[in-house]
Design a protein. Structure first.
Length: 243
């Protein structure tokens, strides 16, 4: 019985020594979910070094480093013996753009995380939120969250009407949400409650009303939209209607 125990221990020790040999060093890092320059960013952020013994690799630290990249949402890092590490990343998807005064922009995802910079203030069909981005890439643009709710609730058939999504955060109250529509008309949405009802009110006005001379559609009370003509629009809407 003792001989059996000695053999097992010897084999275990031999296995450990073998795993520390060059045969079990890191030879390859395989990355799924990123390509080209972004794959290079993932490899660098992982901190993994070719030639490191496989048992010495800090896989949790590698995953943390990768997730710190602003455009990465999740990262899974696993050993694949004898000498490979497999990395699978899930990227954040841009859903809106915040324009910058110099004509560039910052792309944010559905959680309002700033994930990338853009050389222009328009990127494909991304909705534009007229809010100056704060901080650096990877930071959450908290003030943009209500506008993201507005974007998410927007019916597809109204998308061609909307030029930008505006936020008036002046004062200590709830931010005032607006739609800058084609033709110079502004839809005052108020807060992010009852957006389906408010959008339906906007649709009804667009379908049934001649917008000539109309500068504002106030749907803060969705069941009772209020239209303003050009002379009336000199006074900005800053307070919620009552009733």
């Amino acid at each position: 019985m003792l001989a059996g125990i000695v053999v097992v221990v010897a084999l275990a020790g031999g296995g450990y020594a073998l795993s520390r040999s060059a045969v079990f060093d890191l030879d390859t890092v395989e990355i799924d979910g990123a390509f080209g320059a972004e794959a290079d960013q993932v490899a660098e952020a992982s901190g993994l070094v070719i030639g490191t013994p496989m048992l010495d690799l800090d896989l949790d630290g590698a995953a943390e480093g990768i997730v710190a990249l602003p455009w990465v949402q999740t990262a899974a890092v696993d050993r694949a013996w004898p000498g490979t590490v497999e990395i699978v990343v899930t990227r954040r998807i841009g859903v809106a753009l915040l324009p910058v005064d110099d004509g560039s922009g910052v792309v944010i995802d559905a959680e309002a995380v700033a994930i990338a910079r853009s050389e222009t203030s328009a990127v494909g069909d991304l909705p534009v939120i007229t809010l100056v981005p704060a901080g650096d890439l990877g930071d959450v643009q908290t003030l943009a969250l209500p506008a993201l709710e507005l974007i998410d609730a927007m019916p597809l058939d109204l998308a061609p009407w909307v030029k930008t999504f505006d936020i008036d955060s002046a004062g200590a109250g709830t931010p005032l949400l607006r739609l800058d529509l084609v033709g110079g008309v502004v839809a005052i949405m108020g807060d992010d409650r009852d957006l389906d009802t408010k959008y339906e009110a906007v649709r009804s006005v667009l379908d049934q009303v001649d917008l000539a001379g109309i500068c504002e559609i106030d749907v803060r009370v969705g069941a009772n939209p209020v239209l303003k003509r050009s002379p009336q629009c000199a006074e900005p809407a800053t307070t919620a209607p009552t009733g």
